[in-house]
Design a protein around this ligand. Structure first.
Ligand SMILES: Cc1ncc(COP(=O)(O)O)c(C=O)c1O
Length: 427
């Protein structure tokens, strides 16, 4: 049953001319109230505070909904929605690209980019074997762009290098091959930050051979938050965000930036690139049925998320590190570097599996939804107590088994990366 929603008090509404003041960086119980959002959403909020399956599970806070309420209601297919235009212009400025386009999902912005870049078969796309654009988008590259994907396995088990990409390029005019026209990278990849110096080198290789470079930046905001933190910059400063995002995206011709993951907007993704490419993508967005009319409520929510949730990501990442440290201390192997918000763990040396852990977490008096296989995702609405409960449960399971074990430490990533590869992890 849906609760009937009372009219929000005027004092709760953000002023149309002022952005809502940034929330504190910590997790807050009062984000979703029955008064504004109804009992069902308070319950949903309580549930997702203990749900580690994905960062797509976050829900809109009252303040985000109120910002959405104030959005303009123009028709974006006619190009007449101010909130959407403002968000696109903001992201253009932040990324240093010529143009931006909002679309319903990250899958759509990736596929629009690939379709807009690729003109005429035969052509092929080089990517990591784990790449979402190839593995998790229902074969869209073949369907929409008639391209072959050329998957590479990174020799270091973590990220592709310029050297291995250059070696794999299909160049020249041998009619047996589909020439490489596009390279797709992903940042973050399984929560790992792609080393920027390697991206710069890949960009140089791409330029040298006149090949386009696209970034699936579904979690680029997490990468940016990590870089901002490392450099001692200010995550609430638009100038600092602009400096970092522009630098991170400089080697790319285009990037898809999801709004509904790290920063917790309800819907959407923004594609950035050259004006010519975005014009083509807009055409394809219409063709794919992705032109949305009064979409301002989504773009205003995303604008709110950039101001209010982006600055919290450092806290989210710290919670992921806390989880990884606790699991490692309990004796689990941590299968990939925990640079941002994902932890891949394997407790098998303790005598049980990740699936056993998830089953046990569901049995807690205050149940916890543990994750998908070895992957555990920390999002900005995870309650820190949920992280502690996760660690304590694994400790208890270990004590029951009575096995003494120490999880892998430090830099054994190559070996563990191999393990991940064998387990076909990635998402
Ligand atoms: C790396 C990556 N790229 C793209 C997407 C697609 O995003 P969406 O679910 O909005 O289509 C996802 C979704 O989880 C993702 O993890």
């Amino acid at each position: 049953m849906t609760d009937s929603l009372p009219t929000p008090p005027a004092s709760a509404l953000p002023s149309p001319s002022l952005r809502v003041a940034p929330a504190s960086q910590g997790w807050e119980d009062s984000e979703v109230t029955a008064q504004i959002s109804g009992e069902a959403n308070v319950k949903q909020f309580q549930k997702i505070q203990r749900d580690f399956r994905s960062d797509t599970l976050t829900i809109q806070s009252d303040q985000m909904m109120l910002a959405a309420l104030r959005a303009t209601r123009g028709d974006d297919v006619y190009g007449e929605d101010a909130s959407t235009g403002e968000l696109e212009a903001r992201i253009v400025k932040m990324t240093g690209k010529e143009a931006a386009l909002f679309a319903a999902s990250g899958t759509m912005t990736n596929q629009l980019a690939i379709r807009a870049h690729l003109k005429q078969p035969p052509h092929s796309v080089i990517l990591d074997y784990r790449a979402h654009v190839h593995k998790m988008e229902a074969g869209g590259i073949a369907m929409f762009s008639q391209a072959t994907t050329h998957q590479l396995f990174p020799a270091n088990h973590l990220y592709l290098t310029a050297k291995e990409i250059e070696k794999a390029l299909e160049l020249g005019s041998n009619i047996h091959h589909a020439p490489t026209r596009l390279i797709c990278l992903e940042n973050t990849m399984s929560g790992m930050v792609f080393p920027q110096e390697e991206i710069v080198k890949i960009g140089e290789v791409a330029k040298k051979h006149d090949i386009t470079l696209h970034c699936d930046g579904a979690r680029m905001w997490n990468t940016a938050a990590r870089v901002i933190e490392e450099r001692g910059l200010d995550a609430t400063s638009e100038t600092d965000r602009q400096t970092v995002m522009t630098e991170l995206l400089a080697p790319f011709d285009s990037a898809s930036l999801c709004l509904s993951k790290g920063i917790g907007a309800p819907i959407g993704s923004v594609l950035v690139g050259s004006k010519e490419m975005i014009d083509r993508a807009r055409w394809f967005r219409k063709m794919f049925g992705g032109g949305v009319r009064q979409v301002g409520m989504c773009t205003a929510a995303a604008d709110f998320a950039l101001d209010n949730i982006f600055p919290r990501l450092a806290g989210t990442h710290a919670l992921a590190t806390r989880l990884a440290d606790g699991l490692r201390k309990a004796g689990c192997d941590i299968l990939a570097p925990v640079d941002t918000n994902m932890v891949f763990f394997d407790p098998s040396r303790l005598g049980f599996t990740a699936a056993d852990v998830h089953a046990r977490l569901l049995q807690l008096p205050d149940p916890l939804i543990g994750g998908m296989a070895e992957r555990v995702v920390v999002h900005h609405q995870i309650n820190p107590q949920a992280v502690e409960d996760f660690i304590t449960t694994v400790q208890e399971m270990k004590n029951e088994k009575g096995l003494v074990s120490h999880g892998t430490e430090g830099d054994a990533w190559a070996e563990e990366g191999q393990l991940r590869k064998e387990m076909a992890l990635g998402y």
